[in-house]
Design a protein around this ligand. Sequence first.
Ligand code: FNR
Length: 187
Amino acid sequence: MKTLNISVFVGSLRRDSLNRKLATAVAHLAPPDFSFSQVGMDDLPLYNQDDDGHQAASVLRLRKQVKSSDGLLFVTPEYNRSIPGVLKNAIDHGSRPYGQSVWRGKPAGLLGISVGVVGTAVAQQHLRNILAYLDIPTLGQPEAFLHAHEAFFGTDGQFGPASLAFMQGWMGEYVTWVRKHQTGVAS
Ligand code: FNR
């Protein structure tokens, strides 16, 4: 069985990021032919169109990883009612030079967790706009606006009983979505 490689973008660089914890925990719910790798974004320069002809090594690495992946997973906090700059910067790097975007056609899912009750809903709507523009088919349902209440994670970092069933259901839909879009996605 072919392994489906998923590039994971965590929109927080914080050491104890809840979203990183979420990205790590959700990968454990996937079937064995799915492989998840978190993409480093902390070494990317700020996007500058002047550099399109000589992209930094970190940018080339990111672009290569996305190109060879079979799907994408964005796991992001909400910063001031939008997505964090670090994530937008990475997306911009992958979209250029003009006509050479690495994003097109890669099936994606969105997750986000927040200490606030809005649960990253506004950030995810902003992200959906960006992904639609880049021709990234993005799973619509179930939406996952997750609130980091006390029982969300267990002491082992995995999902607690209050969140496990929902996250398993989400992963089931995500897996179906990624499989459905496998028509020569990786290049
Ligand atoms: C936040 N936070 C936040 N939360 C929210 O629900 N809506 C928001 O608009 C914001 N805005 C915001 C801006 C900035 C600059 C920070 C640092 C934080 C709170 C945020 O959800 C919380 O810090 C999360 O824990 C951040 O995610 P990680 O780092 O835990 O993954």
